[in-house]
Design a protein around this ligand. Sequence first.
Ligand code: NDP
Length: 332
Amino acid sequence: MSNVGKIALEEIKILVTNVFLKQGCNKENASALANTITKAEEDGSSSHGLFRVPGYVASLQSGKVNGHASPKIKQVSPVILKCDADNGFASTAHETSLPLLADAAKKNGISVLSIKGCYHFAALWPETEYLARQNLVGFACTAFKPSVAPAGAKEAFFGTNPISMAWPRSNNEPVVFDMATATMAKGEVMIAARDGHNLPDGVGLGENGEPSNDPKDILKGVLLPFGGYKGSAISMMVELFAAGLTGDVFSYEAQEKDNNDGGPPSGGEFIMALNPEIIADSNWEKHCDDFFQKLLSIDGVRLPGSRRHKNRLGDQYRSINEELLLKVKSFL
Ligand code: NDP
């Protein structure tokens, strides 16, 4: 197990803002990225917090990502928004476009946002949870680079292709699930390799194409989709939403385009907001709350997102791998 040190969330935010300013971001882009990373650390999404900083920095240093991105939004109909992320990180595109997406769904009942030309290296719950906190149902997905073997195959074709959905609850925390369609997100496998943990069955195949529990071996081989052919089908649909529908690249095309600098590949993201106040019956909220109460009354059940929300209630200090912290500080 690696050494860990304690650091305050505010200190994390200041540190990463300064790192990104030093590494070529303007104020707006550095701040959007720092918010994303600090929120991930606050919630205990550690595979998408400080852990990602070396990759973000690599893609700024290689010139792949535009640290001065100024996303442009086009409203092509009252319910369809298109965002050109200007080759920047997804966080900046989100800060620019999500408020407009929410407004369109509040007015019209539904709205769709397709983001093109962005670099997504984060968790997806920030975008869907943002929508749920505006009393909307949120949906988001994005593709990546080939890392996951489709059902029946031993070679990578799908990205880890995360999907997130969030459900609003005005008297409670929203219900938010956010998951890779791989059995485990690649970042989690990388952390297990760093910390020397074996992985459960079903996460991936090793270099020789056989099932493996060794994260280092799996990183040389291939990840598997969750739930066999069912997860494989959902991963395929993520490719279609995030690339087929947005007009951006599929995972295999992202690979061809990428300079392999260790940062995220370029790609698209599909986000949708639904307004139950317009779509559902007037008692929708009580109806759904009764459903959640019934679900939670079953022994052993918890709601997705509740682990993260509980982490937010703790103190403002987080345990961070010391080597990682030194690495991040070395970018100042
Ligand atoms: P997990 O398997 O850890 O969790 C998936 C979801 O299941 C979460 O919403 C989690 O809620 C919920 N959950 C976990 N355990 C339970 C339980 N016992 N009962 C009910 N719900 C539960 O996530 P992954 O490893 O699949 O993905 C991690 C992150 O990686 C995601 O945030 C994803 O967006 C990100 N990712 C990003 C990519 C990118 O290209 N940008 C690519 C791939 C993944 P809770 O959080 O409360 O535990």
